[in-house]
Design a protein around this ligand. Structure first.
Ligand SMILES: *[C@@H]1O[C@H](CO)[C@@H](O)[C@H](O)[C@H]1NC(C)=O
Ligand SMILES: *[C@@H]1O[C@H](CO)[C@@H](O)[C@H](O)[C@H]1NC(C)=O
Ligand SMILES: *[C@@H]1O[C@H](CO)[C@@H](O)[C@H](O)[C@H]1NC(C)=O
Ligand SMILES: *[C@@H]1O[C@H](CO)[C@@H](O)[C@H](O)[C@H]1NC(C)=O
Ligand SMILES: *[C@@H]1O[C@H](CO)[C@@H](O)[C@H](O)[C@H]1NC(C)=O
Ligand SMILES: *[C@@H]1O[C@H](CO)[C@@H](O)[C@H](O)[C@H]1NC(C)=O
Ligand SMILES: *[C@@H]1O[C@H](CO)[C@@H](O)[C@H](O)[C@H]1NC(C)=O
Length: 916
């Protein structure tokens, strides 16, 4: 938080003074602690404690661990324990009263019989930043009743916080924050957290009346906060970020007499308002981003004279910015983005002379940007993107000489690149995208003398790439986006860009060859290259393997690339080449791509067999999308133990054979239990899909499409018994409406579905979408009764098989069903096939053998049609298609799900680089 690196001279005397203070302080304490010698039992407990953990160096894992070292290593049995690193003794009697083992490489569980709990005189205990390997917090902590300070933050604890914690009634400071760990299984995102029950929180608040600091970030509280929290009259700092808080935040907490910092960010269900602030307030930091806080900013905000950090981003605030905000002379950070603020920016904003960060993006601000903005001379970060400003950008912005990051996205009224940019010589990151301006690039840059510029986004403008030789004067970019810029060829200046890491040229009209020189662009640095949605047709002198050594994602999809399959750099994890005209078969070299996670070659003209090695690739491959090609042969029998496949799409090929048994070896599928979508449509698969010896517990399956194959056999009546995903999609799932394929943002699953007669490409698949298509096979026997368990089923197509007997009455339980096709079977009798065609009257789009109207290829029954009454109890189906030609085609598969908000969090808290 506090950086010594860029210290200003004016603070130097202060700094020296405080150094002196520290020095004298530490002399005093060492003097006093040597005064009394360690008590033998205390020494023994400490040495015992040292035995309980393994030494483990985390440095390099997260930034926090920088400068850490194993404090206990220096503890020597023959020396005075009061002098040991991290140990503090009572000057009166030599009892150990303080233990600071933070960031000390402790690794192993924190056990309830730990000798820690024998140190009964402890007042201050800090065990933060160690790794207690997901053990729970022992209830024995409740016995350390003398504790005034307890810090167990960032130390990999998990589970329920014991209620005994509330016995610590002398606590002044409690920090259990950031015990948070996330991981993926089968493309799904999971987290391990501490959790605190509401009843324990109430007890804690009741008992800890001296509490000044309460930090519970990342502790799952999952309830509303007790009003009694506002009784903690000594509270100075309250941090409850990402606690899954609900309900309404107790307003009085803002008005606590000593409160300085409040962090409630990332509680997306937390409702609240800000109060009328009192002039006595000592509030310094207020974080309310990613909450449901709403209402207007009160005029009384000017009473927060000490406020230096105000983050209200991504909440529901509205109204105008009160001019009184101009009194907040200490404010260094002001984030108001992603709210519903409107109106003009008050000119008095220019009074906030201490501001470093100003984010006003993505609101509804209008009017002219006040020229006084140029007075904010300390600004390093400014975003005005996505608003409705009018008029010209004030030229005073040229005075913002310290700006390193400037966002002017979608400021629409601008035709020319603002000339004042030339003054902003410290600029490192500039985004001017979506502005419709004509930009003679990169000539225009030569007017900008800044050579600091590393990140430039000009996407969505008319960029005219100049021919002039300005190689030498251009900055070396690391991040360059020229997407949707009307480019018709590769800009020549790229040739000299040898430090590029991220290059986006997608959505242009670049046609013809990919020139040979392009292989050298960022040869050692490029990690992300997006050339999708252009008119590229060929590689001029195709390399055997693309040269970029550090490539992570290569996107060539939606071009017109001909010729044989190009081998991406071997480091590539995402290779997307769908919708091209690639021919031939996979070259053997593909077997060397050991990092490959996603391979999408859908919609090409590729032939040959699927190489065995692909499914053996060092267990990394998660998505294999090959639909609409001419692949032949069998699906290889070689799925290895531990294969991580989550997505397998072989839609529309000529693959034959049985579904390989070895598919069950895929770790992520765990007996296929993690498989979300299985699509083998329109191939030549045959044989039964059920094997009594293999438990195909397809419990997570949302979509299964085996249509147009030669599968046969009976389905046992309990076949669908354990399909939990289709059996119950909870309301929670629905409210979250997550999409498959979101975790990377690089790969979006799509599927084609001929539902109700129209072929639709659903680019994102809702995870709550559930469908079964077994049509056009040779299944026979009865429709399994257990199908009625699949309560979340939306689409069911069993048409064109040889199912016999009756339709199980359990199908009446499928209350979510929107589309049902049972046509072309040998079904008879049945509960609702006996309905007269009059049952469907008024549903003019319905078609089928019960109706006088036969289904045509373009029949589109409207989805609004309902006929509960005629179908009797339990039927809430929107459309029932019992038709001839009404087919159902579903394609594609996967399952990465994570909220992008959590990603934001990771970036902020762990410095994880997931840039854009
Ligand atoms: C250290 O302790 C000695 C006696 O125990 C005392 O005379 C001396 O003043 C102390 N020094 C400081 C800096 O407090
Ligand atoms: C902490 O330990 C757990 C369990 O061994 C491990 O999964 C995790 O990665 C460790 N964390 C760090 C920072 O080493
Ligand atoms: C408060 O703490 C005392 C011990 O300090 C304990 O006995 C009591 O049960 C606690 N009260 C609550 C409500 O937890
Ligand atoms: C550039 O900065 C200088 C000094 O800060 C200032 O005098 C000048 O007006 C600025 N130019 C523009 C175009 O803003
Ligand atoms: C450079 O800036 C000046 C104004 O400062 C302007 O007149 C000129 O046209 C600019 N040149 C280019 C190439 O944009
Ligand atoms: C840029 O420089 C490279 C060599 O560094 C040169 O080959 C190329 O022709 C130059 N491009 C232009 C447009 O002058
Ligand atoms: C359908 O099943 C019946 C009886 O099981 C059988 O006689 C008939 O040949 C089957 N028809 C087809 C097309 O498989």
């Amino acid at each position: 938080m506090f950086s010594m690196g860029k210290m200003n001279h004016q603070y130097l005397p202060l700094f020296l003074a405080s150094c002196f203070f520290f020095i004298s302080l530490s002399q005093t304490s060492s003097n006093t602690s040597s005064h009394h010698h360690c008590l033998p039992d205390q020494s023994a407990h400490l040495l015992q404690l040292r035995q309980e953990f393994v030494e483990w160096n985390y440095s390099g894992y997260y930034d926090y661990y920088n400068g850490s070292y194993p404090k206990m290593k220096s503890w020597k049995a023959d020396s005075d324990c009061c002098s040991w690193d991290g140990v503090t003794c009572d000057t009166e009697n030599g009892e150990v009263i303080g233990l600071d083992l933070s960031n000390s490489w402790l690794y192993g569980p924190l056990n309830s019989n730990s000798s820690l709990f024998s140190l009964r005189h402890l007042r201050k205990l800090n065990l933060a930043l160690n790794n207690f390997t997901f053990s729970t917090i022992p209830s024995e902590f409740g016995q350390l009743v003398r504790l005034t300070h307890l810090n167990l933050s960032r130390s990999f604890l998990h589970g329920r916080i014991p209620s005994e914690i509330s016995w610590l009634s002398n606590l002044v400071s409690l920090d259990l924050s950031s015990n948070f760990f996330y991981y993926y299984v089968g493309g799904d995102y999971y987290e391990k957290l501490l959790d605190l029950r509401r009843i324990d929180l109430e007890a804690l608040v009741k008992n800890m009346t001296y509490l000044r600091e309460l930090h519970l970030d990342d502790v799952s509280i999952s309830s509303s906060l007790p009003q009694s929290l506002a009784n903690l009259s000594s509270l100075t700092s309250l941090s409850l970020s990402w606690c899954y808080l609900q309900g309404k935040f107790p307003l009085d907490i803002f008005l606590l007499p000593k409160i300085q910092d409040i962090d409630l960010s990332d509680n997306i269900d937390l409702v609240g308002f800000v109060p009328k602030f009192q002039s006595s307030s000592s509030l310094k930091e207020l974080h309310l981003s990613f909450t449901k806080f709403s209402g207007e900013l009160p005029n009384s905000i000017s009473n927060l004279k000490s406020l230096n950090y105000l983050d209200l981003g991504s909440s529901n605030f509205s109204g105008t910015i009160p001019p009184s905000i101009g009194n907040l002379s200490q404010l260094t950070h002001l984030f108001l983005s992603y709210n519903n603020f409107h109106g003009q920016l008050p000119s008095i904003l220019g009074n906030l002379k201490s501001l470093n960060y100003l984010d006003l993006g993505s609101s509804n601000f209008s009017g002219a940007i006040p020229p006084s903005i140029g007075n904010l001379s300390q600004l390093t970060y400014l975003s005005l993107s996505y608003n409705n400003f009018h008029g010209q950008l004030p030229s005073t912005m040229g005075k913002l000489a310290k700006l390193t990051s400037l966002g002017l996205v979608n400021i629409l009224y601008y035709r020319e690149v603002p000339f004042f940019l030339g003054n902003l010589t410290q600029l490192e990151d500039l985004s001017l995208s979506q502005n419709n301006f004509d930009c003679g690039f990169p000539i225009w840059l030569t007017n900008i003398t800044t050579l600091q510029l590393e990140e430039l986004d000009l996407s969505g403008n008319k960029v005219l790439v100049s021919k002039a030789n300005i190689n030498s004067t251009l900055p070396k970019f690391s991040y360059l986006r020229l997407s949707s810029c009307n480019l018709s060829k590769f800009p020549a200046f790229l040739e000299a860009q040898n430090e590029l890491q991220h290059l986006d040229l997608s959505n242009n009209n670049i046609e013809g060859n990919i020139p040979k020189w392009f292989w050298n662009v960022g040869e050692d640095s490029l990690q992300y290259l997006n050339l999708s949605y252009n008119l590229l047709s060929k590689f001029e002198q195709p390399p055997v393997v693309f040269p970029w050594k550090n490539m992570y994602l290569l996107d060539l999809s939606f071009n017109m690339l001909q010729g044989s399959f190009p081998i991406p750099p071997l480091s590539t994890q995402y290779f997307l080449a769908s919708k091209n005209k690639l021919t031939g078969s996979f070259p053997p070299m593909i077997c060397k791509m050991h990092a490959l996670k996603v391979l999408d070659v859908s919609n090409n003209q590729l032939t040959g067999q699927i190489p065995k090695c692909l499914l053996n690739l060092s267990n990394s491959l998660e998505v294999l999308a090959m639909k609409n090609n001419n692949f032949q042969g069998n699906l290889p029998e070689t799925f290895k133990n531990g294969c991580s496949l989550v997505t397998l799409d072989l839609n529309h090929n000529q693959i034959h054979g049985k579904i390989p048994r070895s598919l069950v070896k895929c770790r992520m599928l765990e007996s296929l239990s993690e498989l979300k979508i299985l699509v083998l449509q329109a191939n030549g698969f045959y044989g039964p899909i059920w094997d009594p010896h293999i438990n195909f517990g397809l419990s997570k399956l949302h979509v299964i499409d085996l249509s147009y194959n030669n599968f046969s056999g009976k389905l046992p009546s309990n076949y669908f018994q354990n399909w939990s995903a289709i059996q119950g999609v909870t309301d929670k799932d629905k409210s979250q409406t997550r999409y498959m394929g979101d975790s990377s943002n690089y790969y979006k699953d799509s599927m084609t579905i001929v539902n109700k007669g129209v072929e639709l490409e659903l680019v994102k698949i809702l995870t709550i979408f559930t469908a079964i298509d077994l049509s056009n096979n040779q299944f026979y026997g009865e429709i399994p009764d257990s199908m009625g368990n699949l309560k979340a089923l939306i689409v069911l197509n069993l048409s064109s098989n040889n199912f016999t007997s009756h339709i199980p009455s359990s199908l009446g339980n499928l209350i979510e069903l929107e589309s049902l096709d049972l046509s072309r079977n040998s079904l008879f009798g049945g509960q609702f096939l006996t309905f007269q065609s009059s049952s469907f009257e008024g549903n003019f789009g319905l078609c089928g053998f019960q109706l006088s109207k036969k289904c045509g290829n373009n029949e589109i029954p409207t989805s609004e049609m309902r006929h509960e009454s005629s179908l009797g109890e339990g039927f809430g189906w929107k459309v029932v298609v019992i038709g001839y030609a009404c087919g159902l085609v579903i394609g594609l598969v996967t399952g990465h799900v994570v909220t992008s908000r959590r990603m934001d969090w990771l970036v902020r808290n762990f410095g994880v680089n997931l840039r854009r």
